[in-house]
Design a protein around this ligand. Structure first.
Ligand code: AMP
Length: 114
């Protein structure tokens, strides 16, 4: 049995609007987009949060960012600009405990983030 929502998406137990997939990584559109482009990039393997990642995950973490960059180009937001966000723990508002990179773009964003 898949242990969290995103493991269930990886397992095909719940549907997702997938935009990228390889042996390690899956990317799909956020169900509640906060920008015209809002994609979540996740490892297929369960890691609850960034703080749980270890040296063994170095390559996988790098891959999540490279996929984000590739998707930004594919979505046509590489030149206008985009943001990648990884929420970790209660103060960040992390809701799903399966590490994910948010790729956001297609509108002007404020700084500092809320
Ligand atoms: P976070 O707050 O960083 O844990 O982000 C979790 C994200 O997952 C939120 O932006 C949600 O809108 C998104 N989300 C929750 N359920 C789904 C789903 N079934 N498919 C796609 N995105 C989802």
């Amino acid at each position: 049995m898949a242990e969290d929502l995103f493991c269930k998406i990886v397992a095909g137990e719940i549907p997702a609007d997938k935009v990228y997939e390889d042996e390690d990584v899956l990317a799909f559109r956020d169900i509640k987009p906060q920008a015209p482009v809002h994609i979540l990039i996740i490892p297929k393997r369960h890691i609850a949060m960034l703080a749980d990642a270890t040296e063994e995950d170095e390559r996988l973490l790098g891959k999540l960012l490279l996929v984000a960059s590739k998707l930004a180009k594919q979505e046509g937001i590489a030149d206008s600009g985009f943001r990648v966000v990884v929420n970790n723990g209660p103060d960040s508002g992390q809701d799903v405990f399966h590490i994910h990179v948010h790729l956001l773009g297609g509108r002007k964003m404020g700084w500092p983030p809320g």
